[in-house]
Design a protein around this ligand. Sequence first.
Ligand code: PFF
Length: 453
Amino acid sequence: MEKQPTTEKSRDQFVSRIGFIFAAAGSAVGLGNIWRFPYLAGLNGGGAFVLFYLICVIVIGFGLMLAEFVIGRHTQLSSVDAFKKLDKRFTFVGVMGVLAAFIIMGYYPVVGGWSVAYIFKIVLGEFSTEPAVMGEIFGALSGGIMSPIFWTAIYLIMNIVIVAKGISAGIEKASKIMMPTLFALLVILVIRSVTLPGAMEGLRYLFVPDFSKMTGEVMLAALGQAFFSLSLGMGCMITYSSYLSKKENLVQSAIIVPAMDTSVALLAGMMIIPATVALGFDLGQGPGLVFVTVPAIFATMGPVVGRIFGILFFVLLTLAALTSSLSLLEVVVSYLIDNRKWERKRAVMITSIILFLMCIAASLSMGIWSGFQIIGKNIFDFLDWFANSLLLPIGGLFITLYVGWFWGKDKVKTEVTNNESVKFAIFNVWMFLCKFVIPIIIALVLLSGIGII
Ligand code: PFF
């Protein structure tokens, strides 16, 4: 498809439909699916968490993603300016989203850095089926001083180079190759994991809900994870779809992207949890889970095969992380460009320097600064919790309220159906979701998760 000129100023655009799906899915599929989902499932009782997560993805994921697509494509502006143009009273939603992107980028690159570091560790053969050995390898990396900061810097530089180049040149091209390869590799690893002796126990843990574990806190964790994983609630999908042509079928995209994202999360869970149980690792260990269990799965494949798969896995994890952090960085950068009229390169550079400082703090909080706590969490966990359990759900709440109550049904309908040229049979159901169901679920879960009800 040809590049099309957009509104007043010529804005970069996705050049093909599949390019947008891959970029949006690339934003969604990332560390959230492969690193965060399995460890949260492990920490929060497995099945109950997974069930509520799936409910959130189906009910909220689709509805909110569509709402963000509609806003982004209609205004052709990144989130802050999109709201400013539509209804000034909602500008704060965009601002909150930029803040959330900024906070997430204050620790996400640390995990991205671990992933890059692991490529080299696996090359050097630093992996074993022994929990103690793997725990030590991960502990030495994450709790260290210079080494994790070095890898974080490498990871951030990769982001800077791609985002500085703009949308279609960098992000779109990269996403098209990475996503399918990642998927294929995950399938192979799931097969390896579930065929380990004792793996069934892990599968049961993951899929059979124990309702006694379904507390407000678990539900909030699942809700936050759904937002984080789908890149929702912070205007990221608004920003991405602002680069979209008026011909795109938004409804289809809002189904395909969450479906892809959720399959990857479930595959990652099926890769990690059964192997964790089978090999005797600790399910509740938190952020280190992927980095200790996955190398152990490779170790069961023998030194050569294990190494080849291991390298491939961490290369792909790094790439999946990249396509997500690119989108996070893009939220902040496009705000500075559209709203503050900065030049792209300057926006990328200045943002990245500040982010690097935040990442240093987040990284050290896993080691020598672990004693410094905010509401009982180290800096890393606090940033993660604040963005995902608070800012994203609150952002999502207001985005759906805006589309449901304030924008005007006819205007929404015109945009979502491309001026009546695509069918959307359940338009009214979706409006009902935006008006009532999604805001009510979010509000209830938020209130019970933070202990108010
Ligand atoms: N969805 C990404 C992941 O699962 O890793 C993280 C993310 C990207 C969250 C972009 C939010 C966002 F706007």
